[in-house]
Write a protein that binds this ligand. Sequence first.
Ligand SMILES: N[C@@H](CCC(=O)N[C@@H](CS)C(=O)NCC(=O)O)C(=O)O
Length: 209
Amino acid sequence: MIDLYTWTTPNGRKVSILLEELGVPYEVHPIHIGEGDQHGPDFLAISPNNKIPAIVDRDNGLTLMESGAIMIYLADKYGRFLPSETMARARAMEWLMWQMGGLGPILGQVHHFVHFNRGKSAYAEDRYGTEARRLYAVLDRRLEGRDYIVDDYSIVDMACWPWISRHEWQAIDLTAYPNVRAWYRRIAEREAVQRGYHVPKKVNDIPPG
Ligand SMILES: N[C@@H](CCC(=O)N[C@@H](CS)C(=O)NCC(=O)O)C(=O)O
């Protein structure tokens, strides 16, 4: 049994989507980050960086923060959605780190400056908006002739997809990135993704691509 500490954000949804895909039992603990739940001492003991998502694996007592680390752990534990062969695994790690170090952090800034605080900083809107469009173009090139980011559907797709699902907040028109759009829609059709998206609660329908 996995305890999942999460909220209705892209980083949180990565892990709930993976848990739904794995079909393993898990218990959800909502951490309302808008109300400061992430700063409580109980949560700090599990997530030393005060951010969701985090898990506790009741099988062995492991506590884990950082969505990428959690996804690798769960994929390894259950032997699914991450290749084990060295070269294929290296390629999957390459794109997972691209999401963790580039796509997620940049799109997070776009949400702040373009969606929530438009007009406050033209510099930040331009800087992060330009970088976001560059990253979408990188992903579009990677998906040329492919159904998924690495060979088979994997934690790499599950890590990137929730960020792309916020394309409206990012003022991104997916029709400008046809390979991303087709991939986005392909993944949105998966029942596990539809369930995982609405954890810990439903706030909106999955945006159409
Ligand atoms: N690198 C971390 C980022 C986690 C993160 O930024 N979580 C956000 C929600 S998506 C959060 O908990 N924010 C609350 C805060 O910053 O106080 C991961 O991938 O898990």
